[in-house]
Design a protein around this ligand. Structure first.
Ligand code: FES
Ligand code: FE
Length: 371
């Protein structure tokens, strides 16, 4: 939410989310994006906190002899709410918010499918962060992140490259699959991947050496989860939007993306690559290659999307068109290339903006509110 936090596993083993605000006079205590530390020393006057947040060092402690000064109360403050699901940690600044499990609703099950691609059931964020900005309203990236039918016209360079290099497992981009509203404004599209997936769908561009390894992972997934779920984990893509601004796209790699408005017409985007904890060496290299090639800020796709959203913002500012149309597929069983996802997002957004109850998510004729 634009607030500085320290997210840290303490020496006691507990994972905490603490405000990264010095209890002395407010400076940012930890000024690194990542790393390991036993203590955090504030750079302003050197108050020191351990990695559980406790204040452990003050210069000139004898100077603090007033009864109101209680060192025990001056640790780094925890955020009001911090809960996790399958090692996905969420913080919330609203003490009154519902429990995480209730909030995630149907999105929980999709996160489970993502996490299950790890043999150990543990995913990790690969070190390194992508940051970029887009001159567009943040809501346009929520729409774009699970927009299933812009790929063919907008990302034609990438698709031509895949086609030319033999990296398309299927003949083209399949749009069969489904889109689902998951409650609370979350939505997902799931569809068979046209391309290779590091877990665990071989494509010729991975090279013959990778084939045996990927097939072994695949066999293991099938043994552990059964064929149907195994195939879903291995062969299917999922673009998940967790309302309002968290995206987990499990496509040719898994990206976690979040974005915040700087002002109405500018957002900042932060993205990470998520990988099975046990992955290393060539397997991890294949994943990172797949990740950067499409999703990297200089990849084949992200610049296309940035350009498209910039252009929408310019288009809206011209003031000639009052509404976006997201009605595609309202009258049929929702497909991956329909716009149920966007309607789900916008219905939740409207409910928040107007302080009205969350709507019925269904837009099938005769079932719930169509708009
Ligand atoms: Fe941190 Fe003074 S503001 S030590
Ligand atoms: Fe795109």
């Amino acid at each position: 939410g634009g607030r500085p936090l320290v997210f840290v596993r303490g020496s006691d083993g507990e994972i905490r989310a603490l405000y990264n605000t010095c209890s002395h006079r407010g400076a940012i205590v930890c000024r690194r994006d990542e790393g390991n530390a036993k203590t955090f020393q504030c750079f302003y006057h050197a108050w020191t906190f351990d990695n559980c947040g406790t204040l452990v060092g003050i210069p000139d402690p004898d100077g603090y002899d007033t009864p109101g000064f209680d060192r025990a109360q001056l640790g780094l403050k925890p955020v009001p709410r911090h809960e996790s699901h399958r090692d996905f940690h969420f913080v919330c600044f609203d003490p009154e918010a519902p429990p995480l499990n209730d909030y995630l609703a149907g999105a929980r099950e999709i996160l489970d499918v993502v996490a299950d691609q790890s043999l150990e059931g543990r995913m990790r964020v690969v070190s390194g962060t992508q940051r970029y900005s887009i001159r567009a309203n943040w809501k346009l990236l929520a729409e774009n992140s699970y927009d299933g039918y812009h790929a063919i016209p907008l990302h034609r360079t990438y698709l031509a490259y895949l086609q030319g290099s033999g990296a398309l497992v299927t003949g083209g981009v399949a749009v069969a699959g489904g889109s689902r509203a998951l409650g609370n404004g979350h939505a997902v599209i799931e569809y068979q991947a046209p391309w290779g997936r590091p877990v665990a769908r071989f494509a010729p561009t991975f090279g013959e050496d990778a084939k045996r390894e990927i097939e072994a992972i695949r066999a293991d997934l099938f043994a552990r989860h059964g064929e149907e779920r195994g195939k879903r984990i291995a062969d299917w893509n999922r673009n998940l939007g967790i309302f309002p601004n968290l995206v987990v796209n499990d496509i040719m790699a898994v990206t976690i993306r979040t974005f915040f408005p700087i002002r109405a017409g500018v957002m900042e985007v932060t993205a990470w690559e998520l990988a099975p904890a046990e992955e290393s060496g060539e397997r991890l290299e294949r994943r990172l290659h797949n990740f950067l090639e499409f999703l990297g800020p200089g990849g084949f796709a992200t610049p296309d999307d940035v350009e498209a959203l910039d252009s929408c913002q310019i288009g809206f500012a011209a003031d000639g068109v009052e509404w976006s149309d997201v009605s595609r597929g309202m009258g049929r069983e929702p497909r991956t290339d329909d716009e149920l996802q966007m309607r789900t997002f916008w219905r939740a957004w409207r409910a928040r903006m107007t302080d009205t109850p969350m709507p019925d998510w269904s837009d099938r004729p005769g079932k719930g509110t169509p708009r």
